[in-house]
Design a protein around this ligand. Structure first.
Ligand code: GRF
Length: 195
């Protein structure tokens, strides 16, 4: 399966996915990593691993102009699945439609609780005893697409937002890779033509 990856930051989920590919635990290849941040760690990692990178700086651009540039850049690429891995931009419905293939995202809470930014902090401050992470399809509602997989993480008495986030992240790495594998194996069926 050919993966098109979008990310804006650290890229630890992408690294986990890529490591699984290198270990032949995931029958996939990465067509390109796309970012809005030139010096994002995800881009550095991709370059160090000879993965095609595309960076489209969004500064001073309207969203549709920025998205148009990305579409122009990926026009000739063949991909089966789009993976958002810490991509910090909200996708317009036009952009989602023009990507054509299903788009996956990982979110650090048990959706539909705590969508949006800083989900771990939202959950921590709310005082939940269990939180976790969710892999879902992307639609035009932020963090609102069909849920494909979830993992729970218990909040401990001595947790901080950071310690809780770190334990959630460990589960993210496991669940994101596992979900992609299950899609490849046909255990999770998606409409591969269109969401
Ligand atoms: C993760 O917490 C993910 O759930 C959220 O953004 C963060 C990305 O981290 N969507 P990384 O770039 O994969 O390390």
């Amino acid at each position: 399966m050919r993966l098109l990856v979008f990310g804006s930051g650290r890229g630890s989920n992408f690294q986990a996915i890529h490591r699984s590919i290198l270990k032949n635990e995931l029958d996939a290849e990465v067509v390109a990593v796309i970012s809005d941040v030139h010096d994002a760690a995800i881009i550095e990692y991709a370059k160090n691993n000879d993965i095609n990178t595309i960076v489209v700086d969004n500064s001073g651009k309207e969203r549709h102009e920025y998205e148009r540039l990305i579409i122009d850049n990926i026009h000739d690429l063949n991909y089966d699945l789009v993976i958002l891995a810490g991509y910090m931009r909200i996708l317009s419905s036009e952009f989602i439609r023009s990507l054509k293939m299903p788009i996956l995202n990982i979110h650090p809470s048990i959706l539909p609780s705590f969508p949006g930014l800083n989900a771990q902090k939202q959950a921590f401050e709310y005082g939940v005893k269990i939180t976790g992470c969710t892999v879902h399809l992307v639609n035009e509602i932020v963090d609102g697409g069909k849920i494909l997989a979830q993992r729970c993480v218990e909040v401990k008495n001595n947790d901080t937002v950071d310690s809780l986030s770190a334990r959630i992240l460990e589960q993210e790495h496991i669940i994101y890779t596992k979900t992609i594998r299950e899609i490849i194996q046909g255990k999770i069926t998606l409409n591969m033509q269109k969401i």
